[in-house]
Design a protein. Structure first.
Lengths: 336, 378
């Protein structure tokens, strides 16, 4: 099924990303070894000049990965009609062993891309580019992951066969199945709701506090990062355990992918876009905090971290508000 | 934040005026870019609309059609089969259907003759599809004769023409009464062409199909979801093939964009040199070039997409229709329902804007890092 337009587009994007990263990797090694901002040697000047090119390339790759993540989920959902037993993206991803790993790798790449972009932005603001080495070290981490994504996606798409009977989300999130997903599905609604609002509330409050304090407290930034990650997982658990039930108005349908379908008015995108934006911003806010120790970033890093925390707070609050409205507007009575 | 926006605004301003100064060059790129978007968008809009149309048309069809096979070939359903299926749990309605093909040597085209279940047609009368109405010049009240396969001539009175909205499926249809049908084709009494079954619960369809095979081992159930899936993959495959063929065009466009971006005129080089000499940083020049690419891409994307939309939904995809829609003598003329969808737009974006951006990366960098003094001296 490689001749699907969206699949060609995804593979093109992944292939191009990998090609650019591969081209940048030898340069990254060179830069890590020889970078010295104080030197005026010819090599240093050449390196400085080349960083513009490779920073542009990386920014393009990161932007591309964010688009690819959306397209990958979009496409998995769309292709479900072609598989026996599939009702939504879960069926497509389950059609062979590579589907879910490809999704997870793509998500990891998405968050790494967001963090890289934040570091790059901060680095470009400082006079002496203090994070250049780190940026290119991260690039070397990024490249194998991009290769893995391309490999998994290629394997997933090339092994998609229409006569494979795949499983639908109903069986994956059912109470009988013995998976993490079904564990989440069977979680008592009250506990899930408590966890959901506690984690999100904590993340919003911490991020707001960090934002108000202009990011001056280093541990505040770290707390924002940690709480964002926690809130992200709590939010996903909450979506599986109760938000989806209210959207479908069905006490046993736990799927976090069906909410992306037109039958449910694409409500899933309303939830996931703010959630992912907030999680990425919160994570980046945490990652940027320790850089305040470098002299040239002493004021810049806290400011950038605070701004990201502000975005995270807004995103999580928006997400929680949208989820709450969906729950309140629903006709389902889950808790009598 | 405001300062940042202000800066970008000025950069965009500057870029727009510099693009306007180099009208010939910018226009050439814009035309080629727009053309590429137009072709790709036409293909994807059209296949998407066709897919939707197929889904819409099939929505009203029975969940299962049961055919009888002899030596792997489709054969008539003998008497007693409908009763043998009897009352199967989950099946709402069972119906023996009568239909067949008739070759009309006048038009050199095939008609589909059918006995409708949902309407009564008196003996000696027929209702025809819109394409037949057009090509044979029929209207209500006219008489028409068909020569049966036995050699006899049968005359029918046309009492009505089917609605134009359903033309995609009814173009070549001729509806007649059961008695006429059996007489015309010398169809054995009690036999049917196939059996249609309506199943209420979509999740039960496969189970019903399995039970049917158990009960009637010489039969083949065809599920509606299978038909839908086949249509979807056929259309997707055609679109994918078109795109694969067009990849040469995308590649050519990438090379063209590279050339355009790399071939900086002496004047442009001087411009960048002066900008840097008066204090622009490399990052600013890159930002300017980025906005240039962005403006060109946005304009080309919008123009190409709108042109493709008009082409597909107002001019019936006139340029590429033969490649994608298939062929028939009595071809239905149908208007597609306009529909834009996110996956398609994102895919199109990857196919057009991405190659452009990737191709212009190195030239932009090269232009932005030129030393002002080398430029001014040369």
């Amino acid at each position: 099924m490689i001749f699907q337009p969206a699949i060609i587009a995804l593979l093109l994007a992944a292939g191009l990303s990998l090609a650019m990263l591969a081209a940048a990797s030898p340069f990254a090694v060179q830069l890590i070894r020889h970078w010295d901002i104080g030197s005026g040697s010819e090599r240093q000047l050449r390196l400085e000049r080349l960083t513009y090119l490779f920073s542009m390339m990386m920014a393009l790759v990161c932007g591309l990965q964010i688009l690819s993540t959306l397209l990958f989920v979009f496409n998995a959902d769309r292709m479900a009609v072609m598989f026996v037993g599939a009702m939504c993206a879960v069926g497509t991803l389950n059609a062979n062993a590579y589907g879910f790993p490809a999704l997870y790798a793509q998500l990891a790449l998405f968050f790494l891309a967001a963090v890289w972009l934040a570091i790059n932005r901060l680095d470009n603001q400082a006079r002496d580019y203090p994070l250049t080495r780190l940026k290119y070290a991260l690039l070397l981490v990024y490249a194998p992951l991009a290769a893995l994504v391309l490999y998994l996606q290629f394997k997933h798409f090339i092994h998609l066969e229409a006569d494979v009977i795949t499983s639908c989300c109903g069986s994956m999130f059912s109470e009988a199945a013995d998976t993490v997903a079904s564990e989440l599905g069977t979680m008592a609604p009250r506990r899930a709701i408590a966890l959901f609002y506690t984690a999100l509330g904590a993340a919003v409050l911490l991020a707001l506090w960090h934002w108000r304090g202009a990011g001056r407290r280093a541990w505040g930034g770290l707390a924002v990062g940690a709480s964002s990650v926690a809130a992200f997982f709590a939010a996903l658990i909450g979506i599986v355990a109760f938000v989806s039930l209210y959207i479908y108005e069905h006490p046993n349908h736990h799927c976090p992918f069906c909410i992306l379908k037109p039958e449910y008015g694409y409500q899933g995108y309303l939830l996931y876009v703010p959630l992912f934006t907030a999680a990425a911003a919160g994570l980046a806010a945490g990652v940027l905090t320790p850089f305040a120790r470098r002299p040239s970033l002493a004021t810049l890093a806290p400011r950038a971290s605070a701004r990201l925390a502000g975005i995270a707070a807004a995103g999580f609050a928006l997400f929680a508000a949208i989820a709450s409205v969906m729950v309140l507007r629903s006709n389902l009575i889950l808790i009598a | 934040m405001n300062r940042w926006i202000e800066k970008q605004r000025h950069l965009i301003d500057f870029t727009a005026s510099s693009l306007a100064r180099r009208k010939g060059k910018s226009l050439g790129l814009l035309v080629v870019y727009t053309l590429l978007v137009f072709v790709l968008a036409s293909v994807s809009l059209y296949t998407h609309a066709l897919r939707n149309e197929a889904t819409r048309v099939l929505a009203g069809t029975p969940e299962i059609v049961l055919q009888r096979l002899i030596a792997g070939r489709h054969d008539l359903v003998p008497p007693g089969y409908v009763e043998k299926i009897g009352r199967m749990r989950g099946v709402q309605k069972i119906e023996g259907r009568l239909w067949g093909y008739y070759y009309d040597s006048v038009l050199k085209a095939n008609y589909t003759f059918m006995v409708p279940a949902d309407r009564n047609i008196a003996e000696g009368e027929i209702t025809v599809g819109p394409a037949l109405e057009r090509s044979r010049g029929l209207a209500a009240g006219n008489g028409i004769s068909f020569r049966a396969y036995s050699g006899e001539l049968h005359t029918f009175i046309v009492t009505g023409v089917l609605a134009h909205e359903s033309e995609l499926v009814s173009a070549d249809l001729v509806l007649m009464s059961e008695a006429d049908f059996r007489r015309f084709f010398a169809y054995p009494e009690g036999h049917y062409t196939d059996i249609a079954l309506w199943v209420a619960n979509p999740q039960e369809v496969r189970n019903v199909g399995r039970k049917l095979i158990d009960a009637l081992p010489d039969s083949r159930p065809i599920l509606r979801e299978e038909v839908l899936r086949t249509y979807a993959s056929v259309f997707d495959w055609r679109e994918g093939m078109m795109l694969a063929l067009l990849s040469a065009a995308i590649l050519a466009f990438g090379i063209f964009a590279w050339e355009k971006a790399a071939g900086l005129s002496a004047e442009e080089k001087r411009e960048i040199g002066i900008l840097k000499a008066i204090g622009w940083e490399t990052g600013d020049v890159i930002a300017m070039k980025f906005w240039e690419g962005f403006l060109v891409s946005l304009l080309a994307f919008l123009l190409g997409y709108v042109a493709a939309y008009v082409h597909v939904f107002h001019f019936e995809f006139a340029l590429f229709a033969p490649v994608l829609q298939g062929w028939a003598v009595l071809y239905p003329s149908f208007a597609l329902t306009p529909r834009i969808d996110g996956v398609q737009v994102a895919t199109l974006f990857v196919f057009t804007v991405l190659p452009y951006t990737a191709a212009t990366l190195v030239p932009i960098w090269r232009a932005a890092t030129t030393d002002p003094d080398t430029v001014m001296r040369s």
